[in-house]
Write a protein that binds this ligand. Structure first.
Ligand SMILES: Cc1cc2nc3c(=O)[nH]c(=O)nc-3n(C[C@H](O)[C@H](O)[C@H](O)COP(=O)(O)OP(=O)(O)OC[C@H]3O[C@@H](n4cnc5c(N)ncnc54)[C@H](O)[C@@H]3O)c2cc1C
Length: 376
């Protein structure tokens, strides 16, 4: 058993770190914006990193998506800029279902533009009255001759105002489907989402009798939940990668501060409780990194069969990041609270990770169910 990354993954990691360094000066501004930072997007396009999000046949780097490469990129981007991390992640989350269930024409039209980041996608599941309970959505498509009519409201949709298309999760008769809708279709309206603790490119989207062609439906009618599951199988673990990167950056900030600040005649990090907290942080980060890489490796073989591992990695790493960044603020005292400082940004940016792509409590439920199936 090897515990080192292979050459190809080391190369991806190096590329992502260099890219992160090259955008570091834009991050403070970009991460306070709820819109796309144009220069950041331009640099992301130039980096070629989004080619990791699409299969080789459509302009991607690898023959099929590699969850470990995606994790490594998010681990490098998140500590630098949460906007860069989000833009990168959404290129995959918002296109994977097209790769699985789109017609050849849809794939050829959208996927190369995703790989080059010429187009940004949006993936619309959540509604004002439906979050964790995905099956309670009310958006629907109704057949109308050769078309469907799409109606409904979607809420907290990443990339909404900037997206070229929406993949929309809808009721379809007695089941659920996904439809791909160009963002300029008549009847779509995007309004701002209230700004959250760590600003995010996001919007509320209403679909008011939008006419979409029959071919806009991915796969066969009723495949919608399978597409959601498959997308989560590949991308949920990447949230864990981002959480590990964020926690590592917080720890490095705290170590830098506490090794130079003298109180009671010593650097803070030589005072027992401070040193112990830092040691706990490092240990927890290393543990989370291990399960994250393992879950990503398993997801590259069979993302659906290993989704419980991805859930464990996401749960463990996002909860860990919350604990670590909180301790790091604590050991930095008042300096950890300064608005706009790196540690303060990381503190805010860690919080949503325990809610999106499966709130911790919901993940515990699904992991516990799998546990009973395996050992009960
Ligand atoms: C930054 C950000 C970006 C987002 N981007 C997107 C996007 O691009 N597309 C999209 O569709 N959505 C997006 N969302 C929405 C996100 O998917 C939802 O916030 C998430 O699914 C949780 O739903 P909710 O917020 O409605 O919480 P609710 O479902 O109302 O749950 C609230 C809380 O109740 C608890 N809870 C819920 N269910 C259970 C349960 N079964 N057992 C125990 N406890 C439970 C959990 O603590 C949970 O946090 C985004 C959210 C954020 C914060």
């Amino acid at each position: 058993m090897r515990f080192e990354l292979e050459e190809n993954h080391l190369a991806v990691q190096q590329h992502a770190r260099e890219f992160a360094e090259s955008i570091a000066h834009l991050a403070p501004e970009a991460d306070e914006m709820s819109d796309v930072h144009p220069e950041l997007l331009e640099k992301l396009r130039d980096s070629g990193l989004c080619r990791l999000m699409v299969a080789g046949a459509y302009g991607g780097i690898d023959e099929k998506l590699d969850p470990l490469s995606i994790c490594l990129v998010r681990e490098a981007l998140m500590p630098c800029s949460c906007q860069a991390d989000s833009l990168f992640a959404m290129q995959g989350i918002g296109s994977y279902a097209i790769g699985l269930g789109g017609s050849e024409e849809q794939r050829e039209f959208w996927l190369p533009k995703i790989a080059s980041a010429e187009c940004l996608p949006a993936f619309a599941l959540t509604e004002p009255d439906s979050g964790s309970d995905l099956k309670s959505i009310s958006s629907e498509i109704i057949p109308d001759g050769d078309n469907f009519i799409l109606s409904g409201e979607k809420s907290f949709i990443s990339n909404a105002g900037a997206a070229s298309y929406f993949i929309v999760f809808v009721r379809d008769g007695s089941g659920y489907s996904m439809v791909v809708v160009p963002a300029d279709a008549e009847g779509i309206r995007v309004t701002p989402t209230p700004e959250i603790i760590a600003p995010h490119i996001m919007g509320e989207v209403s679909f008011d009798g939008v006419r979409v062609a029959r071919e806009a439906r991915l796969g066969d009618g009723g495949d919608g939940l399978n597409f959601v599951l498959a997308t989560l199988g590949v991308f949920r673990v990447s949230v864990a990668g981002a959480a590990v990167g964020l926690a590592q950056a917080a720890l490095e900030e705290a170590v830098r501060h506490t090794s130079t600040r003298i109180q009671f005649g010593k650097p803070l990090n030589r005072l027992g409780p401070v040193a112990e907290r830092l040691a706990d942080c490092w240990t927890e980060i290393e543990m989370a990194r291990l399960i994250t890489y393992r879950a990503a490796y398993l997801a590259s073989n069979d993302p659906i069969a290993s989704v419980h591992y991805s859930s464990m990695a996401k749960l463990g790493a996002s909860e860990m990041a919350g604990r670590v960044v909180d301790r790091c603020v604590q050991v930095m005292g008042r300096f950890g609270l300064v608005r706009g400082s790196k540690i303060e940004r990381l503190y805010r940016q860690a919080r949503p990770m325990r809610i999106y792509e499966g709130a911790s409590e919901v993940l515990r439920h699904s992991i516990a169910r799998k546990l009973s199936e395996e050992f009960g």
